[in-house]
Design a protein around this ligand. Structure first.
Ligand code: ADP
Length: 306
């Protein structure tokens, strides 16, 4: 009976212009989980540290994904799972996606890599149904593939890996306030003028081209969101101030991570990324709101064994 440990990275979904279609994984922030095979068929969560989450395997995404994969593969073993959370659920950094993707990857490893990455994404998306009510792919795909990804289509599911320049560094600030995903979905307009859509997809093209050609200036010019950010930013205290002070520090671009409240910034090189962290800190230090700031490279491998 085998036991394995995985690291599943936090992820930034949307990436400004890539609203609901793009995401990337962080290298140094993420959850760890230990999966131990058991002889009796069945899934049990025996430990959860770092967050208050359900042990019920039908309510925790880890249980949902593991059960589904063991059933689909007719596995002749069960699982004991320990979860160590290093960042908070509901932060906009893909907490449930890290758990779901880490589980899909780990179970697949114990099944001698029966499934490919696209199939693992589909299993992990079932975890997102449990967490937020819909089978969203951007966070789970970023977590499983690493780097930047594009969800080009849902039907059929088509995930495209985008090359990530090594000098690209993310700075993220997580203000510890609660934004309900339903609320942040509701403020996004249901329809947009064609003119706005054109501006948005032109920027997506620019961002993807900039990532391919390592054109940092183009990446920066393209990190603009005309669809969700103008409304969603109202839910995040001091968003404009954080954005402006990060831009003054030489960052390429700033946006909302997932549905917030986390704000992400992308910089060329560590020095600027740390300068941005300091600028963000100065905005929040006297705000009376608790917060965490992380500086990380972009993960080039996504979820992996440790
Ligand atoms: P965010 O993407 O904003 O970090 P999530 O979409 O991950 O937040 O939502 C977290 C929700 O998913 C919470 O309601 C939480 O109770 C539920 N959930 C169920 N299982 C897990 C898990 N293993 N890890 C994180 N959240 C989980």
């Amino acid at each position: 009976m085998k036991s394995i440990k995985v690291f599943a990275p936090a992820t930034v979904a949307n990436v400004s212009c890539g609203f609901d279609a793009m995401g990337f994984a962080l290298e140094s922030l993420g959850d760890q989980m230990v999966f131990t095979q058991t002889e009796d068929n069945g899934v049990k969560i025996s430990k959860i540290e770092g967050a208050n989450l359900p042990y019920d395997v039908d309510k925790n995404v880890v249980g949902v994904v593991a059960k589904q994969m063991l059933e689909d593969s007719n596995a002749n073993f069960g699982l004991d799972i320990q979860i160590f959370k290093n960042f908070k659920p509901g932060s906009g950094l893909g907490s449930s996606a890290a758990s779901a993707s880490g589980t899909a990857f780990a179970v697949n490893t114990l099944l001698d890599n029966k499934y490919n990455k696209l199939e693992l994404t589909q299993f992990a998306m079932q975890g997102e149904v449990t967490a937020c009510g819909s089978a969203i792919a951007d966070n789970v795909a970023a977590c499983l593939y690493g780097g930047f990804i594009l969800v080009r289509s849902y039907n059929p599911l088509d995930i495209v890996s985008i090359p990530t320049p090594g000098e690209l560094i993310a700075t993220v600030i997580h203000p510890q306030i609660e934004i309900k995903t339903a609320d942040s979905r509701q403020v996004v307009p249901e329809t947009i003028p064609v003119k706005t859509a054109v501006a948005q997809w032109a920027n997506v093209g620019g961002l993807i081209s900039g990532l391919h050609t390592k054109d940092f200036n183009l990446i920066g010019r393209s990190l603009v969101d005309y669809v969700a950010e103008p409304k969603r930013k109202e839910l995040i205290p001091h968003f404009d101030k954080v954005k402006q002070s990060a831009l003054n520090s030489g960052v390429l671009g700033v946006g909302i991570s997932g549905s917030g409240p986390t704000i992400f910034a992308l910089s060329k090189g560590k020095n600027i990324a740390h300068k941005v962290a300091k600028a963000m800190d100065e905005v929040y230090v006297n705000s009376g709101i608790g917060y965490n700031i992380y500086v990380s490279r972009i993960s080039n491998k996504g979820v992996h064994l440790v």
